[in-house]
Design a protein around this ligand. Structure first.
Ligand SMILES: Nc1nc2c(c(=O)[nH]1)N=C([C@H](O)[C@@H](O)CO)CN2
Length: 118
């Protein structure tokens, strides 16, 4: 199966377990790999057969901007579920990074895989 990907999608949101984190918006970053057969789109050279990464990104941005979860785990699971159901993606890998959350580290977060490549 081929992959359509989105790298380093930055979105501002309310996320975190501490009181001070509930008062501010923080920037998270999302890397996405989504299984999709690209040959039909390539053969016809039409967006109609594509897994449209712009549509996926817009949906993810809109959801994350509105969300107010405590854990990166919860946010990652919700995003994965939306992409799999609304865009008919059989398998995805999603990395959700919360840069600067731990002093001395560049990034922390979660990396999940959901579904089967088929
Ligand atoms: N596995 C996780 N650990 C931690 C999380 C999290 O969402 N998942 N969150 C925090 C705090 O919100 C932290 O990001 C603030 O610096 C701590 N550990």
């Amino acid at each position: 199966m081929d992959i359509v990907f989105i790298e380093d999608l930055k979105v501002d949101t309310v996320i975190g377990i501490y009181d001070w984190e509930r008062q501010i918006r923080q920037t998270i970053s999302i890397d996405l790999e989504m299984a999709h057969d690209i040959q039909p789109a390539a053969l016809e050279d039409t967006i109609d057969k594509c897994l449209d990464y712009k549509s996926v990104a817009k949906r993810v941005i809109s959801f994350v901007e509105e969300s107010e979860f405590q854990l990166v785990e919860t946010l990652a699971e919700k995003i994965a579920e939306i992409i799999r159901t609304e865009f008919n993606v059989p398998w995805l890998k999603l990395k959700l990074s919360k840069p600067g959350a731990v002093r001395g580290s560049k990034n922390v977060g979660v990396l999940i895989e959901r579904g089967a490549k088929g």
